[in-house]
Design a protein around this ligand. Sequence first.
Ligand code: NAD
Length: 499
Amino acid sequence: MDSGVEALIKYKMFIGGEWVDSVSGETFESYNPYTAQPWALMPKGGADDVDHAVEAADKAFNSGEWPALTATARGHMIRKFADLISERADHLAQIEVRDNGKLIAEMNAQCKYLAQWYYYYAGLCDKIEGSVIPIDKPGHFNYTVWEPLGVCACIVPWNSPLLLLAWKLAPLLAAGNTAVIKPSEYTSASTLEFMKIVEQVFPPGVINVVTGFGAEAGSPLVDHPKVAKVAFTGSDVTGSAIYAQAAKHMKKVTMELGGKSPNIVFADAHIDNAVKGVISGIFAATGQTCIAGSRLLVQKSIHDEFVEKLVELGRSAKIGDPSSFDTQVGPVTNVPQFKKVLDYIDIAKGEGAEAVLGGGTPNGPEIGEGWFVEPTIFTGVKNEMRIAQEEVFGPVLSVIPFEDDDEAIKVGNDVIYGLAAGVWTQNIGRAITMAEKLRAGTVWVNTYRAVSYLSPFGGYKKSGIGRESGKEMIKEYLQHKSVWIETSNAEAPNPFVLR
Ligand code: NAD
């Protein structure tokens, strides 16, 4: 190590139970967003690496120990995996912070909670049951079974790599599938560290990782004929391209995409709680979360008072080193995203919105060389402005006043997305009506950003297809087979007529 530059840690991919370099031998650097310095080298995977990984996953799906396990034994294996994840949670959290710049306080809690997805779906393994159908054709017995799909591709973004992976990997394993994971090129390290746990538990080939870029590693994975399903989390633009590509092969997909979620505050809300909820909805994780409550709809009668309190709390946020437990706002994860957020701030100003908080980059010794954007609040925003319609994925809040419930619903729903919404009111009837009328996969009332392995998560409209978490969604990784058996031994009927 010299002049403060970190020695690069060299990672390998995990394919067929082995640690390998890319076939091309090429690598790329992974950066620490706080120091803006590279800290790790990742193999730059391509179509050949994808092919090796899919072949390994296909072999593990069709032969050897994994398909021979009883459902109960599969559950035990996943439970053992969950135990080891819990033991390694602190280490995984540190890697996440180093690679994606999110706060250690949040990553610690997230990595400790990760194991719950694996425990939960481990319990479901031996509760995947078909049924006997009381069939209407005399002399026939008909039953159904749920079968795994085969090799599932998991394509994951950079904001919460291991959590968003757990939402896919835990149920797909419980259903008996195998996996090829393509983490984000910005945050591959935690997934590779995670494979050090995988190799202690699962037979070779059940879980594989190819690192690399979207076009070179992600696209061949979606295109591979032996991949049965693509589970994707990322932007709606990439999601649409993957959906179209998967359609060519009639692959199944789940898509968890972007959002522009309204956080709606009525005059009858518990105001101080609402202020905290709105701040946590947009500035936690530096706004780099699909569920960011990036449009604040606030009732006109409390607009000025509410904005004043927001600005006061937002201004007090401690910005700095994400590995410090008392830091409240960390850096943006990568340079393109940093530029994109600053571009949107300029767009908002150009559209006539007023930055009543932030609106630029902070400075000071605690910022270092990192990619920081100030927590920013815009007032004077109209819902048709780009800053109110497009996903920024950064710490930028647009405040839009509304008159009454009808207007809140109309404006709340007037975006292409429908991932989440928040409602702040002490009127239970209003809360229920808003929950019914808002076109979003999750509605929070007097809370925000709560997620659980028990409750379905996913988007309406352009925010996605399918759901993750909860017991119903295991069917996203299964297919339903109907089996007919002739039981009467009667003479076969006219072969040219449908029975
Ligand atoms: P992205 O769409 O740019 O990339 C996501 C992943 O797709 C990466 O691994 C990338 O390498 C890969 N990829 C890119 N092009 C590809 C292609 N042609 N074929 C196959 N793979 C390809 O998203 P991002 O910038 O990493 O993440 C931010 C986005 O993710 C935001 O829009 C955010 O809202 C969304 N997100 C959604 C959820 C959710 O659950 N709904 C959660 C987190 C993030």
